[in-house]
Design a protein around this ligand. Sequence first.
Ligand SMILES: [Zn+2]
Length: 390
Amino acid sequence: MTRLRVLNCIRASGEASRTEIAAALRLSPATVTFVTSGLMLGDLIEEVTSQDTQDPVKRGRPRVALRLTRGKNNIAGIKIARNSISVIILDFGGTDVAQDEFPLVNSQMEPEELVTTLRDCVAATARVLPNGMDDLAGISIGLAGQIDAEACFVHWSSSLTHRNVDLGELLAAHLPCAAFIENDANLVAKAEHLFGEAQGLSNFLVVTVEHGVGLGIVLDGRLYRGERGCGAEFGHTKVVYHGAPCQCGQFGCLEAYVGNFAMTREAEKLLAGNKEPSVTDLVEMAASGNSCAQAALDRAGQMFGMGLANLINLFDPERIILSGAQHRIAHLHSDKVLADVSENVVNVDAPLPDIRVHHWGDEMWARGAAALGIENVSELKVKDLGRDAS
Ligand SMILES: [Zn+2]
């Protein structure tokens, strides 16, 4: 535990001297010296020496700080989207090593095909490393659906043809290093917390609007996943009893009215098979006066507003970040929707939580995956150090 606390302290500050670590964690200098030498032996941290030029008395004396080892323990982060796979490789200190994006022909695959496709994408991106994939310490994968991250088990994902897949077993068979999976909305929450609009916040929510609707919950600074790892299925909360069919196989789910797949279904009805419809088509039809298209957008806005009010009533978050392309989700945070939200939030004499739109490309989702991978690999490596020492 102390090793992990020291490692996390160094990660959080970028660089820290032994004295600063001892003060921040209230540890004795002897303990910090002992723990950091173990971490250095394990190649997890390294010393950096810099001249302190700020202090005229100390000028000339080198300052020795510790940071996460650069150029080693590389981690690949992956985001599986509907039409593409994004891969980013970071070193243990979080510095960019490589990134790439690959088109995806089949948006739904057999589990083994998905894993071999992932392996090929990672191998291609890792070509810049001296030993390719063998230089990776971990691979962290984000995909949509009900994911048990701890058990590396997929209850259901729109990317897979099968339900209840023990992805951990397949990943271990096809990949050369430790692999982790995570619900993709949790990756956005992670990325927002580390690099984005939720820096410094402890209680916030991220709602992703893509093909489906996802939710990342951060409470007291930690991701909340639920007991079975599928505790944030906002998209599959029911908004109409026995309502529209959802891609999960059930009926009346929020995303069956709000997700991109629901919007393209509406556009398809109106375009009567003239072309491949998109959400943008629906938005454009509404803008040019098509009342049916407008009604579909309005209904999505109403359902979404009701959902947001319920989230605020349940979690009382500091901030809700909506993640989705601005031109595709303008109808989900219109003045009308926000007025609906405030009407349906429990009545207290305090302002509504801040609701804002922040959209990142798939690369940032992959970066969130890599950041989680760094944390997971840290825990594994620190456990290994403990085993070696005992
Ligand atoms: Zn559903």
